[in-house]
Design a protein around this ligand. Structure first.
Ligand code: PRP
Length: 190
């Protein structure tokens, strides 16, 4: 019997190599897009990457290192209430540390699913008057969307409704440290 978590996965959906390649492509695209904006405004500060804890931590770390131009970071943490009485209700657990007025904000997510979390963040940030807000997600579960949110950079669209773990995503707080994204074997789901 082994304790290796990789052996609890029945199927790899996105390998470490696939994710790395996609992160590189998106990083280059982000760099080009924001450089074009900055060229029109020499006073403009670098884009602010906002990592949505905890799931986006791994993607954010890799993506940021694939952007060859200036960026700054901040971190936010939210939680879904997850009870049947208020579907989609999102609660702020940890706010940003700095103001975002006038900043180009790029929200970095591991996954956009129903869209409630990103909608909550986008509306909350918009009230703080940033220069722009864009959304980047590694996994875009378009088929599950309940709120119409615009994703600007998506790593991989995912049509199937598989429960996925790894590369930041958890099941009961485990498996975030898998270097790939996969589907858990049913016997490891309680
Ligand atoms: C996940 C993910 C997004 C959110 C997306 O976070 O990181 O923030 O769910 O779901 P939605 O589009 O249906 O709102 P989760 O609540 O699992 O917390 P975690 O990031 O700490 O794992």
């Amino acid at each position: 019997m082994t304790n290796k978590i990789a052996e609890r996965v029945s199927r790899v959906l996105f390998s470490a190599e696939q994710i790395s390649k996609r992160a590189h492509e998106i990083g280059e695209q982000i760099s080009v897009d924001y450089a074009n904006g900055a060229a029109r405004d020499t006073q403009r500060r670098p884009p602010l990457l906002v990592c949505v804890l905890h799931g986006a931590l791994v993607f954010m770390a890799d993506l940021a290192r694939e952007i060859p131009t200036e960026v700054e970071y901040d971190f936010i943490s939210v939680s879904s209430y997850g009870n049947g009485t208020s579907p989609g209700a999102v609660r702020l657990v940890k706010d940003l540390e700095r103001p975002i007025e006038g900043r180009d904000v790029l929200i970095v997510e591991d996954i956009v699913d129903t869209g409630y979390t990103i909608d909550y963040l986008r509306r909350g940030f918009a009230a703080r008057l940033p220069a722009s807000i864009r959304i980047c997600t590694l996994i875009d579960k378009v088929a599950r969307r309940e709120i119409d949110v615009q994703v600007d950079y998506a790593g991989f669209p995912l049509e199937q409704d598989a429960f996925i773990v790894g590369y930041g995503m958890d099941y009961r707080e485990l498996y975030r440290n898998l270097p790939f994204i996969g589907v858990l074997k049913p016997e490891h789901i309680r």
